[in-house]
Ligand binder design. Sequence first.
Ligand SMILES: [Fe+2]
Length: 277
Amino acid sequence: MERRHELFFVPIERRFRLLHVSDVHFSVVTSHEHNARVTEEILEQLAFYHMPADPADPEDDLDDPVRVVCVTGDLISRGYDDKSMEDALTLLRRLQETAPVVYSLGNHETDWPEDVLHGFLARVRETGVIVLDNESAEIGGVTFTGLTLPRSVFRHENGSYRRLTPINEDLVRECLGHCPGHPNVLLAHTPLGFDAYAAWGADAVLSGHIHGGIVRVGNVGLLSPERRFLPKYTKGRFLSEDRCCTMNVSAGIGKFRINDPPEVICIDLMADPAEEG
Ligand SMILES: [Fe+2]
């Protein structure tokens, strides 16, 4: 599993570190052993970036704890079973031992029968993890909002990917209401609505969904889950036209992939030094 570190300039007073985990995709076909190994690897990345100052060491002025872990959907695949749910809950619980966890939904979870999804989310909430299903939560002065888009953005009921519902500012506002103020971080499973998220007022966007383009040649990801070639956003950091919003697209962790390593990303939110003083 690879790690990546990014700096995002947002209207914030004090540096704020978060960890971005996406598309873990535990499923009916991933074994408990596989899930346990992936869990350990994610926890290793969290431990690597979690650097609270040592109170016993007066020389230690490093203070970069991970303040929030953001999980941006597809934690479990459409093909779920009891084992994948238990293993996902274990992962969330263990992340939560180090830092608060916020979790937003992907298109796979929203494809589950409604009662299954509600039952699972109730169990997630019992762990103390904050579920952001078109909701916001404030942690350490930063507002986190999780976007759940309608299914027709991803795929029609009949399985077709043709003429999908476009993601525009109105749709985002319909789901979330008005932007809650700044600084804020929007957890939005698909990066395809980046312009709409920026127009809504997001300072930072965390996305996944594209799995890095599934097959990567050099820096280019070839495919999207909507069966499109050369999707616009596959992995990395993107800046909106007005430069007010930055998006991280995670290549994710699970599922089939070629030349496209799983990754966990550490993001430091900080004020733009060019705008200070
Ligand atoms: Fe996914």
